[in-house]
Design a protein around this ligand. Structure first.
Ligand code: MRU
Length: 358
């Protein structure tokens, strides 16, 4: 098959000059039905966009917050002070993805704190993220090829008789400044003419897998099949899954990885069925200040997201809810971490430190 070109929609853009420009985001809450952009001209507007998941996915949140820091420094008065206050406010938008704090801290270190210097740094963070996605893709591609080859006989009930790659949530182009993390090996495999299939978990309650992963993979021409989260174990039992690749919001020093709720149960099912389970993430997603995943803050989301998601009431008024947005998959369930700096396998503190640093 001939190589394909990747035609990904830009979803985070700076519009105008540093002193008066603004951040334009593709509003991911409206996908896949509508393509609507949000023009963020204040720190609060960027905060809101992150909070409501108009921009989401750990690396994309970091990139958006970096541009938000440029907006914070615009206008008259002490730019350094405004940057500090704006950055601190942006840091309260969501607690789990460490990329948010990583990007804000990096922006706060810029000297002088002029909008021009800050915009250059935000653009660098954005470009570096794209480069890290590509590197993750290159490191992950041989693993994808191997899994597909090894399971050549699997999946007879689903198309070509070849095992598929399963992913959860959206760790794709829409979640990053580049070709995604979990999706990076898929995009490169597709570009280089490899034939393979993908299962996308729907991802309750906000349906990032259905609305975003299925949308962007389908748009790229990748063979994607949507399943409900609760179907994944059965699909594995049927031998249709060659490997699982997911993203991460924060990875502790021992390799425990926080990602979208449902990832942990997927990893348990993968272990039971002997399916390799990979977590793909750039080095900016590692938090080496945490020895293990027990210290990772888990965001709790509003009850309405599970009782009346997308404006449709599906639970009785007044019912109690509990809605952790992320879970932590223990390192012992992760076959390898695919990073921009290389593949970490087995996943141990020593190996994480050797590849990611101290
Ligand atoms: O709540 P979200 O949509 O921001 O959650 C996103 C995820 O869990 C992604 O898998 C993770 O951020 C990695 S994105 C490359």
């Amino acid at each position: 098959m001939p190589a394909m070109s990747l035609n990904l929609v830009p979803h985070i853009e700076w519009v105008g000059d540093a002193a008066t420009g603004h951040l334009r985001l593709l509003d991911q809450t409206r996908l896949p039905r509508e393509t609507v952009h949000l023009d963020c001209r204040s720190v609060q507007a960027v905060w809101d966009a992150i909070k409501v998941l108009a921009v989401r996915g750990a690396p994309a949140i970091g990139v958006a917050a970096a541009y938000g820091c440029v907006i914070a420094a615009q206008g008259a008065g002490d730019a350094r002070d405004r940057l500090a206050r704006g950055g601190d406010h942006l840091a309260t938008s969501r607690p789990t993805a460490v990329n948010l704090f990583w990007a804000i801290e990096r922006m706060k270190r810029v000297r002088p704190a002029t909008p021009e210097a800050l915009l250059a740094e935000a653009r660098a963070i954005h470009a570096e993220d794209a480069a890290m996605c590509l590197a993750i893709g290159e490191h992950g591609l041989p693993l994808l090829k191997l899994a597909i080859e090894r399971t050549g006989g699997r999946g007879s009930g689903h198309g070509s008789g070849q095992g598929a790659v399963l992913t959860h949530c959206n760790a794709g182009a829409l979640a990053t400044g580049g070709i995604g993390t979990a999706t990076a090996p898929m995009y490169l495999a597709h570009q280089r003419g490899l034939s393979f299939k993908v299962f996308a978990d729907e991802t309750r309650p906000l349906l990032q897998g259905a609305r975003l992963t299925a949308y962007e993979l389908q748009a790229a021409g990748i063979d994607v099949t949507l399943i409900c989260d609760s179907m994944a174990a059965q699909v594995m039992r049927e031998g249709k899954v060659a490997m699982i690749i997911v993203g991460a919001d924060r990875i502790a020093a021992n390799g425990d990885a926080a990602n979208k709720i449902g990832t942990y149960s997927l990893a348990i099912a993968a272990k039971h069925h002997g399916v390799p389970f990979y977590v793909a993430a750039p080095h900016s997603t590692f938090d080496l200040t945490l020895p293990d995943g027990s210290g990772i803050p888990i965001e709790e989301r509003a009850a309405a997201e599970i009782t009346e998601g997308f404006g449709q009431r599906t639970a009785p008024v007044g019912v109690k809810t509990y809605s952790p947005a992320f879970d932590v998959t223990p390192a012992a369930l992760i076959t390898a971490l695919i990073t921009d700096r290389g593949v970490i396998e087995p996943v141990t503190t020593v190996n994480v430190r050797a590849i990611i640093g101290t």
